[in-house]
Design a protein around this ligand. Structure first.
Ligand code: PAF
Length: 288
């Protein structure tokens, strides 16, 4: 695997592939890679001739009181894991390389609509930071296809909106959430949990499954949401939201079949997110 830390060398390196007509799949990350990220690399390998991953802890998507400084950085392990997973190139830009005029003076990409609700409402500016960095990464790598985890469901919706609206020539693929055996979605932030919190954390996904079954059994959405929130609080979570939407994140009514329930909740100081896509009129057995 080749590692690039400067844009000029990345461009030269990728040009040699493109001149041969090879296609490129891209997996953007913030590093501290785990099995969930490696499953994205595996998906990317199915989609193109070469796979490029980026590792960049993006300052513009963290709020002033969030965990930018604390965010785990494990560059050597990341590089070794990517090479083992079959990644062909690692793009490892510095903050100066990513934001040549400085963070305050940078061109920002602001996505309307879908960024205003859920995590967007609780983390003001977060998705603008994501859209800003992902648009740059797309310009730098110029991939044919890019793979994002469905765990960050709203992020995926934001990226799809941006790509369509700004006519980026890249196909966006959403890959399934990778879960531990007990159901907890893998996340770099899980390591902030102490042992007791880690034991409790799978209840987040279990609550989504219960809500989905309740809605499939005919319970109305508002009452199922309220029950889910009360249940999480009773277990010691502090939910920011637990909300059912249609799959485009528009509001769901009593006839909407294709639904997604999304949750963000704190356990101690750790903020966890998760989601579950389900069909209201399908049988409960279809829920994993
Ligand atoms: O999902 C992430 O890890 C980040 O939000 C991303 C897409 C790499 C942008 O910094």
């Amino acid at each position: 695997m080749q590692t690039f830390t400067e844009l000029s060398s990345l461009r030269k390196g990728l040009a040699t592939w493109r001149e041969r007509g090879a296609t490129i799949a891209f997996v953007p990350t913030m590093g501290n890679l785990h099995a969930g990220h490696f499953s994205l690399i595996a998906r990317a390998r199915q989609l193109a001739d070469h796979v490029v991953a980026s590792v960049f802890v993006n300052p513009t998507q963290f709020g002033p009181n969030e965990d930018f400084d604390q965010y785990p950085r494990t560059p050597d392990e990341d590089a070794a894991g990517l090479a083992k997973a079959g990644c062909d190139a690692l793009w490892l830009p510095s903050v100066d390389e990513m934001y040549p005029f400085g963070i305050e003076a940078t061109v920002k990409v602001a996505v309307p609509g879908v960024t205003r609700l859920l995590d967007g409402a609780h983390r003001p500016g977060h998705f603008d930071g994501v859209a800003t960095v992902v648009s740059r990464l797309f310009n730098q790598v110029q991939p044919d296809v890019a793979v994002f985890g469905r765990k960050d469901y709203q992020q995926l919706a934001v990226i799809r909106y941006m790509v369509t609206d700004m006519a980026f020539p890249v196909e966006i693929v959403g890959a399934p959430t990778f879960r531990a055996d007990d159901g907890l979605a893998l996340s770099s932030r899980n390591q902030y949990l102490d042992a007791a919190q880690r034991a409790k954390a799978p209840a987040l996904y279990a609550t989504l499954q219960t809500l989905a079954r309740d809605v499939q059994d005919g319970r109305d959405i508002a009452s199922a949401q309220a029950a889910g929130i009360a249940h999480l609080r009773s277990l010691g979570f502090e939910p920011d939201y637990l909300a059912v939407h249609d799959r485009t994140l528009g509001s769901a009514n009593s006839n909407t079949d294709e639904l997604v329930v999304l949750v963000a909740a704190r356990l101690g100081k750790t903020r966890l997110i998760d989601n579950l896509e389900f069909s209201r009129f399908a049988s409960s057995q279809n829920l994993q």
